[in-house]
Design a binder for this molecule. Structure first.
Ligand code: ATP
Length: 487
């Protein structure tokens, strides 16, 4: 089934997953709000990432020698940082896209997304064709949002909203080392908002101006960095598969040498076949980059530029560093080998909104099921992995009398007390209530019916197989917990 993006977008709006930001004022392009179900879904994506990568991570790895554990710790750093951070990281000079304007209609485009000299906003008299207009020469457009800190309104107070969370981790490298007992190799993880003034935000939340990243900076010995790069590349790909993305829609693509960022020794992208892309095309969910020692060295020495096979500090016309680093010692001392070195960094950098969108698109399914009278009816359901489904279980009384609502609300309360996100619904025919839950991806529905009043059993219905089993009502919480644990 070819999934239709407009159908998925409409469902997201109708059922409260996603709304356009400031919708009542006509919206603001590139900004999105998560509704009551969307916020649960995205929270589950973030929590799955944090648990699997940080708190529950318990992997033994053998890049060389015997299998050994490695530490993962978290950080939450500020969105606005010292402006020098972005000068040394290279973002101030180099974080730009090439932009062109249409001289006629004044619309603005990313140069790499526009073909020939066609302006896609000026359709010609012939359907499907566009007027040839004059486009300006491509010019640089820095993607960082500028703001002013404090009462200083001039350039003295100028600062930027971070375009990535990574730099907050690099500048805290020493703080983490000095305040914890972590030893290399170890990783630092951060989830947080990033901002990029994208020229043409589009494809729903895929390219937004405000978005959330889930990033890891993994610090290791230079001699082991290639193995660690391979490890993270494979591990991060598998994470999406484990959470229900089928391998046909997901791929791991190594960058061509000419695609690599200025700092990168090697990069691979995890990509998903989003329905808004042409058949056979993929969009980036996450980049896993081998960044060498570029970032820590930049924050020690100053902005680096490539020279031959390595990097040197960029200098101005007087031979002075163009942007000075912090001058702080960001090396690592291994007290067993007595070696001092600048660690290498592997960076798996994922977008929380893009992952959420991919899980939504992947989950969207349609099938045909008989209604109450046995007539075939189209059924829409979101086949979320139970770990990320916004609501885990819904409880229904079959009818609104004979003590069924009381029994159903008691089960609902028990589920809530056990920390299971659940819903209660007693409105309308039971078939419609099932369909309402299917449409938002609730994996399990529990129904209290006539038989419950006789033998205290209830049915549990599975969203995907539609199988119903009957269990004693006192076992409901345990059964749902067991299913959530084992899927
Ligand atoms: P793209 O090439 O699509 O612009 P990028 O290579 O610039 O992405 P990175 O700088 O590697 O992206 O950022 C890491 C992750 O952050 C991306 O894989 C993506 O999931 C997310 N991300 C980046 N830009 C955006 C955006 N404008 N909107 C939503 N998510 C984004």
């Amino acid at each position: 089934m070819k999934k239709q993006m407009d159908v998925i977008v409409a469902l997201c709006r109708r059922r409260g997953f996603l709304f356009q930001s400031s919708e009542i004022y006509g919206g603001l392009n590139g900004f999105w709000d998560y509704g009551p179900l969307g916020v649960e879904l995205k929270r589950n994506v973030r929590e799955a990432w944090w648990r699997d990568m940080v708190t529950s991570h318990n992997e033994l790895v053998t890049p060389s020698g015997a299998p050994r554990p490695y530490a993962m710790v978290g950080l939450e750093t500020s969105i606005i940082m010292h402006p020098q951070v972005w000068k040394c990281s290279g973002h101030y000079d180099m974080f730009h896209d090439m932009m062109v304007d249409c001289k006629e209609c004044k619309a603005r485009f990313r140069a790499d997304q526009i073909q020939d000299s066609q302006c896609p906003l000026k359709p010609s008299k012939h359907p499907g064709e566009y007027e040839k207009c004059q486009l300006t020469e491509p010019r640089e457009f820095n993607l960082m949002f500028k703001t002013y800190v404090g009462a200083l309104s001039g350039e003295e107070g100028a600062a930027f909203l971070r375009p990535e969370t990574a730099q907050g981790i690099f500048v805290n490298f020493k703080n983490v080392l000095d305040s914890t007992r972590v030893k290399i190799p170890f990783g630092v993880a951060q989830i947080g908002k990033s901002f990029r003034n994208e020229i043409t935000p589009r494809n729903f939340t895929f390219r937004s101006r405000e978005f959330e990243q889930m990033e890891i900076e993994f610090f290791c010995h230079p001699s082991e960095s290639r193995q660690w790069y391979q490890y993270w590349r494979d591990r991060r790909f598998q994470w999406y598969i484990n959470l229900g993305i089928t391998s046909e829609n997901l791929r791991l693509r190594d960058h061509e040498p000419e695609e690599l960022s200025h700092y990168s020794v090697g990069t691979a992208d995890v990509e998903y076949a989003f329905p808004f892309l042409p058949e056979g095309s993929y969009g980036e969910l996450e980049g896993i980059a081998h960044r060498g020692d570029f970032d820590l060295r930049s924050h020690m020495e100053g902005k680096l530029i490539r020279q031959g096979d390595g990097f040197v500090v960029e200098t101005d016309e007087n031979g002075q560093p163009k942007y000075r680093g912090s001058g702080k010692d960001l090396t690592y001392f291994d007290d067993q080998t007595r070696e001092r070195y600048v660690p290498h960094v592997i960076e798996p950098s994922a977008g929380a909104d893009r992952a959420t969108l991919a899980f939504l698109c992947e989950a969207y399914c349609e099938d045909e099921q008989p209604d109450e009278k046995g007539r075939p009816q189209k059924r829409v359901f979101l086949r979320f992995h139970p770990r990320i489904a916004p609501i885990k279980a819904a409880v229904f009384p079959l009818i609104k009398k004979d003590g069924m609502p009381e029994k159903a609300t008691a089960i609902y309360s028990e589920l809530k007390e056990a920390g299971i996100v659940c819903a209660y619904d007693q409105q309308g025919a039971i078939g419609r209530r099932y369909r309402r839950q299917d449409e938002i991806g609730t994996p399990y529905c529990i129904t209290v019916d006539g038989q419950t009043l006789e033998d205290d059993t209830v049915t549990i219905r599975d969203r995907d197989s539609l199988e119903q089993i009957r269990i004693p009502s006192r076992e409901v919480v345990e059964e749902i917990q067991r299913r959530l644990r084992t899927t």
